[in-house]
Design a protein around this ligand. Structure first.
Ligand SMILES: O=C1O[C@H](COP(=O)(O)O)[C@@H](O)[C@H](O)[C@H]1O
Length: 256
């Protein structure tokens, strides 16, 4: 299914394994494109099971063929916990992905875990501004916000993306690049998160959803019945392409 108007593509695969295979090729192709065009590839990770979905990148042929030296890695959100804590999105990504591929350590931009939620959000925004100033990170000519090459996102059962939850005032933040939340409905409560203007200024977004947990949210987001109150995931509109990677289970209500 492809929608040319809002650059949305929905791909449904038989199994989660097929999603992982296709997602690895998609990421590797974009890595090659941006490495050639810009000399670097800026990639944003989320937490959750997305990290498991990108496992094929750590295996042949990709582990040997991707230009890992061009990668710059960021997080769309992070929990305010030490980096070695079981709830840390950095730890999840390090254990499942970053420790298995040769991305230079200086190009992995973890959120500062020694600061408060507010301080860590401000600090991360400062890091991003410096990278825009030095040309590592592109800037959107449309919005003026940083333009990441690719965001790899998951979605929660309530339709949340990053740490942007349904009905929360942070959905309306339109000035800050990075902000903080002290009352996340999903634990842990203190987090930092990219804002929608930053998410929507990115070039490409892969939205990866597999398994039974998000069947209803996928249906609300992509089904034929109009959803009166937009889920956070329905506000995601990157500049080039939003591509959904679903397995048959996650898409089961769409096919009814
Ligand atoms: O709390 C979070 O949840 C979302 C979705 O996670 P999942 O386990 O349902 O895949 C995740 O994308 C976000 O980064 C994380 O902090």
């Amino acid at each position: 299914m492809a929608d040319q108007n809002n650059k949305k593509v929905v791909k449904v695969y038989d199994t989660e394994q097929d999603v992982a295979v296709s997602l690895a090729k998609y990421v590797a192709d974009l890595s090659a494109k941006f490495a050639k065009e810009r000399g670097s590839f800026t990639v944003v990770l989320s937490g959750g099971y997305l990290i498991d979905n990108i496992r094929k990148l750590t295996e042949p042929p990709y582990v040997d063929s991707v230009e890992w030296s061009k990668w710059h890695v960021f997080w769309v959100d992070e929990r305010v916990v030490p980096r070695n804590h079981v709830d840390s999105n950095y730890k999840l990504a390090f254990d499942g992905f970053l420790s298995k591929v040769p991305i230079p350590a200086g190009q992995v931009y973890a959120i500062n875990d020694a600061l408060s939620a507010e301080g860590a959000a401000e600090d991360y925004q400062t890091v991003l501004k410096h990278l825009v100033d030095t040309g590592v990170l592109a800037k959107s000519s449309v919005t003026g916000f940083p333009k990441f090459d690719l965001m790899l996102l998951g979605m929660g059962p309530d339709g949340h993306v990053a740490s942007l939850f349904p009905g929360h005032p942070l959905l309306k933040e339109n000035v800050k690049w990075v902000t903080h939340i002290m009352d996340s409905p999903k634990l842990p409560p203190q987090r930092i998160t990219f804002t929608f203007p930053v998410i929507n200024s990115s070039a490409y977004i892969a939205m990866v959803v597999c398994g039974p947990g998000e069947v209803d949210a996928v249906y609300k987001a992509l089904g034929k019945t109009a959803n009166p109150e937009l889920l956070p995931v329905q506000r995601v509109t990157p500049e080039e392409e939003l591509r959904w990677f679903l397995d048959k289970v996650a898409a089961s209500k769409l096919q009814e």
